[in-house]
Design a protein around this ligand. Structure first.
Ligand code: SAH
Length: 325
C-alpha cells in the first residue's frame, strides 16, 4: 500500500466540507438558531432595517447573507422587514453567498436572489451582510509546539501528519495547539476595504471564545453525533471555534463592535418581548414551545453564552442596536 500525500489541514477541511454540504443534509446533523425560532431571523431583519436607517436610508442597498443554509433566517428577516420597514424592503436587493449547489436549490424555493460563490463577487454598493454559523465552517490550519519548534498539521490516511512549519508563531510551551483560519482573515480584510469604501455593515453570529484562546477546537458531527474529524471526509460537518478577537484585528481600521454574547445581543434586540407577543393568542402548547425556543437561544447553558455577535461597521455609523445597553 502506498501512503497518501499529506494534505494541509485547511485544504483537507475545505474539500471535506464542500463535499459534505454538496451531498448531505446538514440539518440532520445540527440545529441552527434560525431553525429553532422564527424570532431569530425576524430580529436580525429588524437589526438590518435599523442599520439602513442609520446609513441615511440609501435608495438602493444590497442585503446579503453568507451561508444561508435553508434560507430560513432570510425568509423570516424579509417578512419582518416587509411589515415593519417597507421602505427598506423596497430599497433592498438580495444577494446570497453559497457554494453548495444542493442548498442553493433549497434557498431558491424560498427566496428571490442573486447567488455568488464568494463574498468578493457581490457587486459594489452599500451593503448589509448577515452571517450565522458561516465562519465556523471555514477551513482552519493547526500548529502544535513540539520540542521548542512549531509543527504544522497535515492529514494523510485519516490521521495527522506533523511537518516542520516555515512560520514562526512565537514562543509557547510544548504541546500547545494554535489554530488560524486564513480564509476568514482574508474575508475580514475584504469586508473592511469594501464597507469602508461603499458603506454598510456586516453582522456575524457564531461560536467561539470572547478572547483568543489556544487549543484544538476542530470538531465533526455525523448523524447528529460527535465523530472523528479526519475519518471519512465529506460525511461529517467539520467546524472550529471562531477567534473573534483575531478576526477583529484583521478588520481594523474599520469599526468593529463586539463580540457580545448572543443571549445579551438578542435580549437587547427585544427577543423576549417579541416572543411574548407571538405567544399571546396561541394555544398553551405552541406558546410554551415559542418561549422554550427563545430561552434556548439566549440562556447561558443553551446558545446564549458560547455564541457571540460581532459586527463590522462603516466608521460614520453609531454603535448599532444590540451592542450597547
Ligand atoms: N446560516 C445557516 C446555515 C449554517 S451552515 C443557518 O444558520 O442555518 C453553513 C452554511 O454555509 C451552509 O449554507 C453552507 O453550504 C455554507 N458554506 C459553507 N462553507 C462555505 C463557503 N466556503 N462559502 C460559501 N458558503 C459556505
Amino acid at each position: 500500500m502506498t501512503a497518501a500525500v499529506p494534505e494541509r489541514l485547511d485544504k483537507f477541511m475545505a474539500r471535506a466540507n464542500a463535499e459534505y454540504y454538496a451531498s448531505c443534509d446538514p440539518f440532520r446533523d445540527f440545529v441552527t438558531a434560525p431553525e429553532i425560532s422564527q424570532v431569530f431571523g425576524e430580529l436580525l431583519g429588524l437589526w438590518a432595517a435599523a442599520l439602513w436607517d442609520l446609513m441615511g436610508r440609501p435608495g438602493r442597498v444590497i442585503m446579503a447573507e453568507a451561508g444561508p443554509g435553508r434560507g430560513t433566517l432570510m425568509q423570516d428577516a424579509l417578512r419582518a422587514i416587509r411589515q415593519m420597514a417597507p421602505a427598506f424592503h423596497a430599497a433592498l436587493s438580495l444577494h446570497l453567498v453559497e457554494t453548495s449547489p444542493r442548498l442553493r436549490v433549497v434557498q431558491a424555493e424560498r427566496l428571490e436572489a442573486a447567488w455568488h460563490d464568494r463574498l468578493e463577487d457581490i457587486p459594489p454598493g452599500p451593503m448589509i451582510l448577515l452571517a450565522n454559523e458561516f465562519l465556523d465552517a471555514l477551513p482552519i490550519r493547526q500548529w502544535v509546539r513540539r520540542n521548542g519548534l512549531w509543527i504544522e498539521r497535515y492529514v494523510a490516511d485519516g490521521a495527522f501528519v506533523e511537518c516542520l512549519s516555515a512560520e514562526d508563531l512565537g514562543g509557547a510551551p510544548d504541546g500547545r495547539v494554535i489554530e488560524r483560519c486564513d480564509v476568514a482573515h482574508d474575508l475580514m480584510r475584504h469586508l473592511a476595504a469594501r464597507l469602508g469604501r461603499d458603506g454598510g455593515a456586516a453582522l456575524f453570529l457564531d461560536y467561539g471564545p470572547e478572547h483568543s484562546a489556544p487549543g484544538d477546537s476542530l470538531q465533526a458531527l455525523r448523524d447528529g453525533r460527535p465523530a472523528d474529524p479526519l475519518a471519512d471526509p465529506g460525511k461529517a460537518d467539520l467546524t472550529a471555534h471562531v477567534d473573534f478577537a483575531a478576526l477583529a484585528a484583521s478588520a481594523a481600521p474599520l469599526g468593529v463592535v463586539g463580540p457580545v454574547p448572543q443571549g445579551l445581543f438578542l435580549a437587547r434586540l427585544g427577543l423576549f418581548q417579541r416572543t411574548d407577543r407571538l405567544a399571546r393568542g396561541q394555544d398553551l402548547q405552541t406558546a410554551m414551545r415559542l418561549v422554550a425556543a427563545s430561552r434556548r437561544l439566549a440562556e447561558p447553558d443553551g446558545m446564549g453564552r458560547l455564541f457571540k455577535a460581532m459586527a463590522l461597521c462603516h466608521p460614520s455609523l453609531p454603535t448599532p442596536p444590540g451592542f450597547a445597553a
